[in-house]
Design a protein around this ligand. Structure first.
Ligand SMILES: *[C@@H]1O[C@H](CO)[C@@H](O)[C@H](O)[C@H]1NC(C)=O
Ligand SMILES: *[C@@H]1O[C@H](CO)[C@@H](O)[C@H](O)[C@H]1NC(C)=O
Ligand SMILES: *[C@@H]1O[C@H](CO)[C@@H](O)[C@H](O)[C@H]1NC(C)=O
Ligand SMILES: *[C@@H]1O[C@H](CO)[C@@H](O)[C@H](O)[C@H]1NC(C)=O
Ligand SMILES: *[C@@H]1O[C@H](CO)[C@@H](O)[C@H](O)[C@H]1NC(C)=O
Ligand SMILES: *[C@@H]1O[C@H](CO)[C@@H](O)[C@H](O)[C@H]1NC(C)=O
Ligand SMILES: *[C@@H]1O[C@H](CO)[C@@H](O)[C@H](O)[C@H]1NC(C)=O
Ligand SMILES: *[C@@H]1O[C@H](CO)[C@@H](O)[C@H](O)[C@H]1NC(C)=O
Ligand SMILES: *[C@@H]1O[C@H](CO)[C@@H](O)[C@H](O)[C@H]1NC(C)=O
Length: 679
């Protein structure tokens, strides 16, 4: 009785080059050299699927299907023999409304039988392909990020495949029921009374309007123009045909459906436009036994619609729509077109769009070839390899760990890594990466982030603080070397004067010296040599904490702040100058000192071992003068190792003080060396 004929493989000759702004039309399995090939029937340009998918194999349908009467974009396909889930990742504009459609034309490409598999939108179930020769699935969604994956999931019913993937932007006013948390899938979209399929360019959104015939229907049609409102933008040709019951019957059975999945819930849209206005046409609309709409009269030559607002679920899984004329009606009921959608609830959480975008950027930047498809975190069993995710808040999850070790990455360390703001673990070891580590990664690696780079080395010791030399930079750097030297010279002079004037107070204000600090004259030289070779090491605050044993021993106070004693991993003794809040030394001076002092190795000046530069912590790390400080040497203080000859002392002061004349060389080193109480 009900005869549903699909308009599936037929095509009409529509040769109109219309606008197709924003259309993405992927001909799966197409060789990239045919990119931009236009479809004979729609004039839509199709591209190869290479950029949108990772796995799979290209195929052509069997020769008997590979004929010119068939739509060209269905002649090639991509199959996915390996992997449970394979996805196409489509570029979208976050918040935009889209229609996405996949077409599956089996075409006996592998000489077996047509498989069955699932189709997912993001990580949510969308549809099932069930052993057909041809099928299409269409979903309407609001993009939740810049990438929306559509996936084929192997459920054990054979090798999934797909022939085309098409993405069409929709006006926001279309299908207002669709939200970012709920998409819909077209279960049916029928053009009644017609004998052909309509799509682009008749439908500017390229929806498929299939025709349908039944022996119970009489055909109605008009050539007159139909006024269209834009809620559904039903194409005019679709509205120009309709069906009514044969023999002027009073009941029109529009359709009946059986769900193949008991969880489906449906929404129905009926599209009307009367093509006769001589007499009253009035009918009631039933959905199964439910009287859905009473005394409806379609307007004359004007588009109108009736749709169910909620989701409808019949217990038996069988649905039908019936139009029954009221007893006042002089004409039989009629209908022009209908659509049936089922719900795609977004009941699986998703990765935060920002993190997803970032992961895609990283994937593209390095050409990562892993199972990096679909949503990075969901469903959990298809999670991207190397990725771990946080718990779910507000339906989204964050990426908290990323293991990209031994992944053949080349190039620089991308700033994109810094955009994964919840990351607690990042492993980039075992790759051929070079270039500086992004500052914020170094900074975070001092706090909550565990960052592995080249084996277990702390990569943050090589930084961008000294940019490549340019002519201007050379000048700046020369200045920044000279100024600190002058500063040190002033220190020396000031120290001499100050010591001379305030000798009695020195012992009370000098930090107590622990015996072992003074008793390592032998080890000092070797350590010193080693330190001189270390350039510009960048410490994290955490490391400083460790090396100074939580800032246990304060050994002085400088203009920069307090100075602490510490020991590095290799037992080298260091003095750590922490910048205090009240310090008059700003960031610029700090940087200048770092840039210059590492390059200055005056035999009588302590050399800079490294520095720490984090948000709240600036510090300079110097080689520790275990033989007493320069002041002590110059003054010939007892217990400060060998005594310098007077000639040597004069030479040092002269060398250091040469050309120092300016006031801005003020330096308050050792000025009131009080240490704070232990923390
Ligand atoms: C209505 O049109 C279709 C398609 O052309 C045709 O198959 C069907 O027989 C027609 N129905 C009637 C009652 O003429
Ligand atoms: C249906 O009704 C119309 C007008 O009421 C009449 O002209 C037509 O002949 C009827 N058709 C049939 C098949 O009875
Ligand atoms: C429509 O559904 C109702 C209720 O399920 C059923 O009684 C009726 O027979 C159905 N009609 C058709 C034509 O399938
Ligand atoms: C038309 O049907 C309504 C109920 O649907 C009934 O009340 C009314 O009497 C009927 N009118 C005629 C003329 O049969
Ligand atoms: C992230 O990677 C993309 C390439 O995939 C690049 O164009 C972009 O500049 C990168 N962004 C940052 C912040 O590094
Ligand atoms: C990621 O999670 C898995 C299992 O939950 C765990 O075995 C693995 O160590 C985690 N990886 C990282 C880098 O945290
Ligand atoms: C989570 O998703 C559900 C639908 O699955 C939606 O109703 C709810 O508003 C979402 N919650 C948040 C916080 O986005
Ligand atoms: C890295 O590249 C080599 C050689 O091209 C290849 O054998 C290996 O499988 C690659 N490893 C990864 C993780 O991609
Ligand atoms: C970091 O410093 C260590 C010495 O402390 C050095 O061996 C290592 O090569 C440095 N790492 C890089 C990547 O430069």
């Amino acid at each position: 009785m009900w005869v549903f004929v699909g308009a599936l493989l037929a095509a009409t000759a529509v040769h109109v080059a219309g606008q197709q702004e924003g259309f993405l039309s992927i001909d799966c399995g197409l060789d990239a050299k045919f990119n931009g090939r236009r479809d004979t029937y729609t004039d839509i340009a199709y591209v190869s699927d290479d950029p949108y998918v990772d796995g799979g194999m290209n195929h052509r349908v069997a020769a008997k299907f590979d004929v010119s009467s068939r739509s060209e974009n269905r002649r090639t396909l991509r199959s996915f023999p390996s992997g449970i889930r394979n996805c196409y990742t489509l570029p979208t504009e976050s918040g935009g409304k889209y229609l996405v459609r996949m077409e599956f034309f089996y075409g006996d490409y592998d000489g077996k039988t047509s498989p069955s598999f699932e189709v997912h939108l993001g990580s949510n179930y969308w549809d099932t392909f069930r052993n057909s020769d041809f099928w299409w699935s269409e979903a309407i969604f609001v993009a939740w990020g810049s990438w929306v994956p559509v996936c084929l999931v192997n459920t054990g019913g054979g090798t999934p495949f797909v022939s085309t993937v098409e993405l069409r932007p929709l006006l926001p006013s279309l299908y207002p029921q669709v939200t970012v948390d709920e998409s819909i899938s077209a279960f049916a979209r029928k053009n009644l009374g017609a004998d052909t399929i309509y799509r682009f360019p008749d439908d500017p959104y390229d929806r498929f309007w299939e025709w349908e015939v039944s022996s119970l229907w009489a055909n109605l049609s008009t050539k007159k123009t139909i006024q269209r409102e834009d809620s559904f933008a039903v194409p005019i040709p679709v509205l120009q045909t309709a069906v009514a019951p044969v023999n002027n019957g009073t009941v029109l059975h529009v359709g009946t459906w059986n769900t193949y999945k008991s969880t489906f819930e449906f929404k129905f849209f009926l599209h009307f436009s009367d093509i006769q206005n001589t007499q009253l046409r009035q009918f009631d609309i039933y959905l199964n036994d439910y009287e859905w709409y009473k005394k409806y009269s379609p307007p004359y030559l004007t588009a109108d619609y009736v749709y169910s607002t909620g989701w409808y679920k019949a217990t038996e899984g069988t649905y039908n729509i019936t139009l029954a004329a009221t007893n006042r009606s002089m004409l039989p009921p009629m209908v022009n077109a209908y659509e049936v959608f089922n719900r795609i609830p977004h009941d699986t959480p998703r990765t935060s769009p920002k993190d997803f975008d970032t992961m895609m950027a990283i994937k593209l930047e390095y050409g990562v070839k892993k199972n990096w498809m679909g949503d990075p975190c969901f469903p959990a069993n298809y999670r991207w390899s190397g990725v771990n995710c946080s718990g779910v808040t507000a339906n989204t999850t964050r990426i908290i760990s990323l293991d990209l070790s031994d992944s053949n990455l080349t190039g620089v360390i991308s700033d994109n890594f810094t955009l994964l703001t919840e990351l607690r673990y990042l492993d980039l070891s075992g790759n051929s990466l070079n270039g500086p580590v992004p500052k914020s990664l170094c900074k975070r690696s001092a706090g909550s982030l565990i960052f592995r780079y080249q084996s277990d080395e702390d990569m943050c010791n090589k930084t961008t603080i000294s940019p490549p030399l340019s002519k201007n930079r050379t000048a700046i750097i020369s200045i920044s070397i000279v100024v600190p030297m002058l500063v040190v010279a002033i220190l020396v002079v000031a120290c001499l004067i100050w010591r001379g004037r305030r000798k009695p107070k020195i012992s009370t204000h000098d930090p107590p010296r622990e015996p072992e600090l003074q008793s390592a004259p032998e080890s000092r030289k070797s350590n010193g040599d080693q330190l001189q070779n270390t350039e510009n090491r960048r410490f994290t605050y955490k490391e400083l904490e460790k090396f100074t044993d939580k800032f246990q021993r304060c050994i002085g106070k400088g203009g920069f702040g307090l100075v602490y004693y510490g020991r590095l991993e290799d037992n080298a003794e260091v003095a750590v100058k922490m910048r205090s809040e009240s310090s008059s030394h700003g960031l610029d001076e700090f940087l200048a000192e770092v840039n210059s002092l590492t390059k200055v190795h005056h035999r009588n000046l302590v050399s800079l071992v490294g520095y720490c530069w984090e948000k709240d912590h600036l510090a300079l790390v110097y080689e520790y003068m275990s033989q007493g400080n320069l002041c002590d040497h110059l003054r010939g203080k007892n217990g400060a190792g060998e005594t310098l000859s007077w000639a040597t002392r004069v030479q040092i002061v002269l060398e250091a003080a040469q050309a120092c004349e300016a006031e801005d060389c003020h330096w308050q080193h050792h000025h009131g060396g009080r240490c704070p109480p232990w923390r």
